[in-house]
Design a protein around this ligand. Sequence first.
Ligand code: XIL
Length: 385
Amino acid sequence: MPTMLDRRDLIVGAAGLIASAPLAPALAAAVPDAAGSGAAALKDVATGRRFRFGTALSYGALTRDPAYAALVARQCDLLVAENEMKWQWLRPTPTTFAFDRFDAILRWGEAHGMAVRGHNLLWHQPKWFPAWLNAYDFGSAPHREAERLLTTHIDTVTRRYGTRIKSYDVVNEAVNPKDGTLYETSLSKALGGAEPTLDLAFRTARAAAPHAQLVYNDYMSWEPGNDAHRARVLRLLEGFRRRGTPVDALGVQSHLITQGLPTASHVAALEGPWRQFLDAVTHMGYALVVTELDVRDNNLPADIAVRDRGVADFTRAYLDVTLAYPQLTDVLCWGLADRHSWIEGFEPRRDRAPRRPTLYDTALQPKPMRAAVAAALAAAPIRTG
Ligand code: XIL
């Protein structure tokens, strides 16, 4: 297999920055001109390689920003609700479900010919539980009550949507990267530990939605500092296999973080461990899904042109490595335009320059990252499965 650097044909520009050499003519023909209004839609570029392309969308963005919704409809054939299926949003009380907002997103996605993913059935951290669930009184038979709560939730959601949803992030972010433990929650304490809780979630989802792809979704990434997180996720995935827990795929969130202007040697250093990780995951028989792509533009100068170039090059390098795995067919961004990205609220830049984490700017104009994603999709080996 050619290395990412062979394929990208990186050159060092006069300013000392890395720039992409012009693509070979055959490839260039397949890559749309992202800046032009006639650019091929990303979903069409993806379809050309038998991938699918999508984004997260919130109810607020869908209902209050029609121009953005139109952009999503034009570019995507895959959709995921940014928050509206999470317990915090879906479960106002122990006995009620608030489906309206998720339903609206699902109906809209279907009306625009998109497949809609479910995210998520159990975000396994107290921080993301509704307050009532953290404070829940499990009574005199806590195990049975926790089992009832969790299975009722997963049954109710998956049976409501039936075959309309064909892929679920069943469990989200169960690993604490700080100490390599699995988080404990009110549910897992009542159920006798995190592993049995995650197993129960997947088994319940399999029984209630046998048609669906079941995904464990997490944010271990390729940047330095993720080694322990990756190792712990591998152990978790091994455990699922050993116990026969029905998990089909690893969701690779792909919240990338630039480390400065990406140089060839820097990117090459990230590539090895990342391949090792994806090799180990796929050798266990798991499929891969890029579930939440965006970029924190850390350690890049505020200058927009330089910053956008750095983000685009970093994204392209990452996708070239990751999309080479034939087990991966779906790529989703966590928001398509900077005006609907969670990153600014989550972690603003130190210099307070507004973040530029996505493919389109605040005026919905395509950025270099958009061209990088299109080019990476166009260059990916065609899926045959
Ligand atoms: C984020 C949303 O984008 C925010 O609006 C919300 O406040 C918190 O959750 N990993 C995930 C996503 O799996 O669900 C998170 O989404 C981003 C990190």
